[in-house]
Design a protein around this ligand. Sequence first.
Ligand SMILES: C[S@@+](CC[C@H](N)C(=O)[O-])C[C@H]1O[C@@H](n2cnc3c(N)ncnc32)[C@H](O)[C@@H]1O
Length: 403
Amino acid sequence: MEANSKLVFRKTRTGEWVAFGPLAEMTWPNVNGPLRRESVDIVKKDGTIVEHKLTGLGRPFDVDGVECCYGYLGPEAETDSQTIRVASFFAGIGGFDLGFERAGMESVWQCELKPFCADILEQHWPNVPRATDIRKVNADDIPEAEIWAGGFPCQDVSLARMGPRSGLRGKQSGLFYDFAELIGERRPPVVILENVAALLSSHSGRDFAIVLRALAERGYGVAWRVLDSRYFGIPQSRSRVFIVGSLGGPARAGSVLFESECGDRDSEKGETNGPKPVSPFAVSVGNPQQGFVKKLAHCLYAESARHTGTDWSRNYVSYPEGRVRRLTPLETERLQGFPDNWTMPKEEIENVNTLDSARYHACGNAVSVPVAEWLGKRVVDKLGPWLLERQGAQGRNETAKSS
Ligand SMILES: C[S@@+](CC[C@H](N)C(=O)[O-])C[C@H]1O[C@@H](n2cnc3c(N)ncnc32)[C@H](O)[C@@H]1O
């Protein structure tokens, strides 16, 4: 297909533009996947695939009630076939995957237990192989990847949970051990873990020490840092600890997480004198006649559509007559930096409460996409040459072995 050709896209129920049927010679990187990559794969008659840039989308028009538009094909994309590959554990709805993809990396494998989340992953990454339960994964079945990333379940260490915390001895958070075992068997060059900041204090720090020791014993140099989503362009206070482990010593891991130069994130101006700063939680935005919402949301947690009177009640929209409502699933997606309707399942779920609960829960569990993107860019920037060199050497070894 020539550059400057027009392709046709239709808008899906979830508001994304996808390739339209009649163009048989065209497929997407993610077949029928959303338009995110700003490029399309064109399958030529001889079966070879050429990536083209997409230079823009035209004005929408209507075909039998379906909103369509043209997409304009640009020149062949410069093919740099080497991409840093990611294996995504505890993938949820793909916060890491999307952020890392925006940073130029590529998910090559995912693992997620919950059917609702797996369905969302399938929609956005239909061509990525996926395992269900980490406890049943055989290390040899995981494709080669430079980065292994995962936010292991945090229920047993989270402070949002009432009562004593069972920490890494808990059934959910204990899945870390399964992850660590697989890491030991395959030793990917870089591992990235995420969890609630309370992991640092769980069992007076002993659980965090277990995580660090597990990585160190497997040969990783480790660095960690607490990052708050509010400084990455989204209005949510969400502190999470990110742990980076790298083969070859801690300097590499540290270079990903810590800027030696001026920070490249938003920061708040310190005020040493002058008026006392007003907490952003106390500032509202919106028209008070119609309803308003706090400028900065408290941290979202995985929860159901029926509130328990604890967490969500801090995140609400107030109306002048005193009525309040909780955030909509769309608003929670935006508070995590996902595209609108990212968590809308393919199959309709008729019960609105069931649907909303699944969407809140998934968003509350997710990694904020802009934070993952920042981290991904740091990996590409600081470790990219080393990782791609390793990938190239590995490819050369495999070719030599098979010839
Ligand atoms: C803290 S969330 C991670 C969310 C993810 N980072 C995201 O951005 O959506 C932990 C995830 O681990 C999944 N999980 C729990 N047990 C699992 C298991 N045995 N195998 C694989 N995934 C599991 C949960 O369903 C949940 O989606």
